[in-house]
Ligand binder design. Structure first.
Ligand SMILES: O=C(O)CCC(=O)C(=O)O
Ligand SMILES: [Fe+2]
Length: 374
């Protein structure tokens, strides 16, 4: 196994949706987007309009955040349970399922550089999740201002700036799927921006041993949001979109943007070859993967992109990334849109609210944990 040396992730320029343009230009860009999304559910986007200086400021802030002593970071602890998915999660706190996650007391005892005691399903990362201040269910959990001055303001600034890009990309996706006017209105309406999630991620350097075993990926293969326990998805005899993977992460989305530093590691599954392809950091390129919600809305026309984060052999440096999950409001019904159900085809997914989808996956996770993890 291993990564393909020559990344072949399709890149599409969506500037027609982020600045003034003609309808011909928008149609051209949407057609290219459609071609790219159908393949593997992932694509590189240029022309997105994300200001580089803002992104640089946020990466610098993220580094300052994770450099804080653990007891400071734990002043904004991620609570137990599913909701809210906000605040600081220490190394090993989030994994594919509930079992094996460390509680806050264990985190405090743990040396962040020593990940040797963690099993392969445990994520070797720390993260901080931020959402809309108007989301009363997934409410924000902030560090006291004096711990990291400016963190709250900057996090909210980038949250809403990226949402502007999300609105433009959603328009492009709607056009690319050729939704009719009612469907387009509905899909826009259920994406208010208040259910999105900004995730600051830090993957610390890994010990030497980690390089021996392929399963020591920094973040195992998953879609947003189903997680696969297997170290390598290519070891599964077949991978079918209709079969649920074994468990889940808490990161469901319609689509996810990924901003990353210069330390590579993000990879996407090419469904044709069953191999992972490097999403190499490139100036001006924002990667996007289709999440489970858009897979359902599009009746599977756009598959949810399977991705993972590995430790590049050449690099033992830490890695910082900023995924941004664009999600539907929790009580919105997500069902295949009629325009995506071709002649002779049928809706492949039952209508479901985001809330029920999330709860069902969570329950399934508990069962699998009991079954499979000793
Ligand atoms: O770190 C990354 O680049 C990707 C993270 C990711 O896939 C996730 O948080 O769901
Ligand atoms: Fe992901």
């Amino acid at each position: 196994m291993g990564s393909l040396q020559n990344p072949s992730i399709p890149i599409v320029n969506l500037s027609a949706f982020t600045r003034d343009s003609t309808s011909y230009e928008r149609k051209q860009a949407a057609a290219k987007l459609s071609q790219c999304c159908r393949l593997n559910g992932f694509v590189g986007i240029t022309g997105h309009g994300m200001p580089t200086d803002l992104l640089d400021k946020v990466f610098a802030m993220s580094k300052r955040l994770f450099d804080l002593p653990l007891e400071e970071k734990l002043k904004a602890p991620h609570p137990e349970g599913w909701t809210p998915h906000r605040g600081y999660s220490g190394i090993g706190r989030e994994n594919g399922g509930a079992k094996g996650a460390l509680d806050a007391g264990d985190q405090a005892k743990m040396d962040p550089d020593d990940v040797s005691g963690l099993n392969m399903m445990t994520m070797k990362q720390e993260s901080y999740e931020v959402g809309s201040e108007y989301n009363k269910e997934d409410y924000n959990i902030w560090l006291p201002e004096e711990v990291l001055p400016g963190f709250r303001d900057l996090s909210l600034e980038i949250y809403w700036r990226v949402n502007e890009i999300a609105v433009a990309v959603l328009d492009a996706l709607i056009m690319s799927l050729e939704l009719n006017v009612e469907e387009a209105d509905y899909v826009r309406k259920i994406h208010t921006g208040h259910a999105n999630q900004l995730r600051l991620l830090h993957y610390p350097p890994m010990p030497r041993d980690a390089f021996k075993a392929e399963e020591h990926s920094r973040l195992g293969a998953h879609t947003d949001g189903r997680y696969d326990y297997h170290p390598s998805i290519t070891e599964m005899p077949s991978y079918s979109l209709s079969e649920p993977l074994l468990t889940t992460v808490r990161l469901n989305s319609t689509f996810t943007f990924d901003f990353q530093d210069a330390n590579q590691g993000l990879e996407f599954l090419d469904r044709q070859t069953g191999k992972f392809v490097e999403a190499r950091p490139k100036n001006g390129v924002m990667y996007m993967n289709i999440g489970d919600m858009l897979m359902r809305l599009s009746n599977g026309c756009y598959p949810a992109g399977t991705h993972r984060v590995i430790i590049p052999v050449a690099s033992r440096t830490p890695r910082y990334s900023i995924p941004y999950f664009v999600s539907v409001d929790p009580d919105a019904v997500v069902a295949p849109q009629a325009s995506c159900v071709g002649p002779g085809d049928r809706p492949r997914y039952e209508p479901i609210t985001f809330r029920d989808f999330r709860d069902e996956l969570f329950k399934a996770t508990q069962v699998r944990d009991n079954d499979q993890v000793s």
